[in-house]
Design a protein around this ligand. Structure first.
Ligand code: AMP
Length: 214
């Protein structure tokens, strides 16, 4: 069974949702650089203060900050048997850094989620999150009580970078950077593309079958 996985895809492609479910099933940690950065921002740490402007503008946070944060996370005990990384790498340079950090074995499998641009925008505009990272959609996955997280009762908010203006830029950043990134993993024979445009359960079934068969 593969246990060192990456999940790549456009903003609101479903990376977090599927990575969390798969990580629970495989018994490995779900490591999401976006979630880790948002936590730093909400705690007002030095790293959070430095990362906030780039995040709010839909730009990538500097490699120096993100790589150090990720490397420290991968060194923790719970990551020794494997992991699913969501949101890293974002570009070829980060992929090369990760490869060098991991040494010989590298990653076992890279799942690349594919979603049409119109669907991405619709998903982001309706996305609401709780401060602990649980994710809802106003029409496709509403909470039982409007505006309140089903799991922890916290108030749901829109992410600062989920405005229409910033979305367009985040999609551009993804398209500019993802080609070289996907080619890098394709050349290593570990890339698998997944149609992620339909209902989440259908996409997850495809991911699940792929992980079990590879
Ligand atoms: P995400 O939650 O993956 O959509 O990430 C939200 C934001 O966090 C991105 O738009 C970036 O500003 C920042 N971010 C997350 N992961 C990375 C990364 N690997 N490199 C640089 N910036 C990142």
């Amino acid at each position: 069974m593969k246990s060192r996985l990456l999940i790549l895809g456009p903003p609101a492609g479903g990376k977090g949702t599927h990575a969390e479910r798969l990580a629970a099933e495989l018994g490995v940690p779900h490591i999401a650089t976006g979630d880790m950065l948002r936590k730093e921002v909400s705690e007002g740490s030095d790293l959070g203060v430095q990362a906030k402007a780039a995040m709010d503008g839909g730009e990538l946070v500097s490699d120096e900050l993100v790589v150090a944060m990720l490397v420290e996370r991968l060194e923790r005990e719970d990551a020794s048997e494997g992991w699913i990384i969501d949101g890293f790498p974002r570009d070829l340079e980060q992929a090369q850094v990760l490869n060098a950090e991991l040494g010989g074995r590298g990653v076992d499998l890279v799942i690349a989620l594919e979603v049409e641009r119109a669907d991405i925008i619709e998903r982001i505009v309706g996305r609401r999150v709780c401060p602990r990272g649980h994710v809802y959609h106003l029409t496709h996955n509403p909470p039982e009580t409007p505006g309140v997280c089903d799991i922890d009762g916290e108030a749901l908010v829109q992410r600062d970078d989920d405005t229409e203006e910033v979305i367009v830029h985040r999609i551009e950043v993804y398209h500019d950077e993802s080609g070289a990134l996907l080619d890098f993993y394709d050349s290593k024979g570990v890339l698998r593309k997944v149609d992620a445009s339909g209902p989440p359960d259908d996409t997850y079934a495809r991911i699940h079958a792929m992980v079990n068969s590879s």
